[in-house]
Design a protein around this ligand. Structure first.
Ligand code: NDP
Length: 251
């Protein structure tokens, strides 16, 4: 899948929301989608990072993005509904969403998982994605009807399909995302909205470094290496693919 060659204008005229767009994989995806013609909505919690991505897209002469600073930990249903209304008014369409923002939490034995941290990780990794999906679905469905397709991509992990000791809440949250994807994909089977998960595999980012502090980052793929798959799932070449888990780095 990493050998997919995207046409330069793959995402021309499309509007794509990327969560966690200020750093790591989300940042690279936002830059890449813009370079392929999309107007990207940059959502994240650190404004300065989002502004830096904005500046980079502007300097490259790609379609000007929009910035939505929001902490997914504290946002509520009404925030998400307000966001959906703004997107509908401002853009009139939403062709794709990359749910990428995520929280690792503390790796620890199951018996030591703290309730507060469980709630935080579940809030950011699962509940915010459920609420945001719910709020955005009317606009996404309408876009698919008018323009032929739309794509929802959730970010999973290897520990979202096979649990691993000490990965506690993070692993459980990724299982929940896989479940959410399957439920939604099944419900939307007869529409032009496709819903999939993407497991990037070990990638050179801050999250990976905090999970594996002893690992040499140079041995890992970079976010840029993964972009062919991120483009494939967002563009029309993946039409008809739904309800699936895409693994960027199969063993
Ligand atoms: P990073 O930690 O580098 O980036 C995560 C992004 O999510 C950051 O931009 C961060 O914002 C944002 N974010 C975190 N919490 C919140 C919040 N409460 N509200 C808004 N935004 C938030 O992670 P990666 O790029 O490595 O990971 C991206 C996705 O890929 C995650 O879902 C992760 O679980 C998954 N993944 C990553 C792997 C890897 O090896 N890197 C392997 C498997 C899956 P800020 O910059 O402000 O902190």
């Amino acid at each position: 899948m990493l050998d997919y060659q995207a046409p330069q204008a793959l995402l021309k005229d499309k509007v794509i929301l990327v969560t966690g767009a200020g750093d790591g994989i989300g940042r690279e995806a936002a830059l890449t989608y813009a370079a392929h013609g999309a107007t990207v909505i940059l959502l994240g919690r650190t404004s300065a990072k989002l502004e830096a991505v904005y500046d980079q897209i502007e300097a490259a002469g790609h379609p000007l993005p929009a910035i939505v600073p929001v902490d997914l930990k504290g946002a509520t249903k009404s925030h998400y509904l307000g966001m959906a209304e703004t997107f509908a008014q401002q853009f009139g369409r939403l062709d794709g969403v990359l749910f990428n923002a995520g929280l690792l939490g503390t790796l620890s034995p199951f018996e030591h998982i703290q309730e507060q941290e469980w709630d935080e990780v579940m809030q950011v990794n699962v509940k915010s994605e459920f609420l945001l999906t719910q709020a955005l679905l009317p606009l996404i469905r309408q876009t698919a009807k008018q323009h032929g397709d739309a794509s929802i991509v959730y970010t999973s992990s290897s520990v979202g399909r096979k649990g691993r000791a000490y990965w506690g809440t993070y692993a459980i949250s990724k299982f929940a995302i896989e479940g959410m994807m399957e439920v939604l994909a099944d419900e939307l089977e007869n529409t032009a909205v496709r819903v999939n998960t993407l497991n990037p595999g070990g990638t050179r980012t801050k999250m990976r470094a905090s999970a594996f502090p002893g690992e040499d980052p140079q041995t890992l793929k970079t976010p840029a290496d993964l972009m062919p798959l991120y483009l494939y799932l967002m563009g029309t070449d993946s039409r008809g693919k739904t309800g699936q888990t895409f693994v960027a780095q199969p063993k």
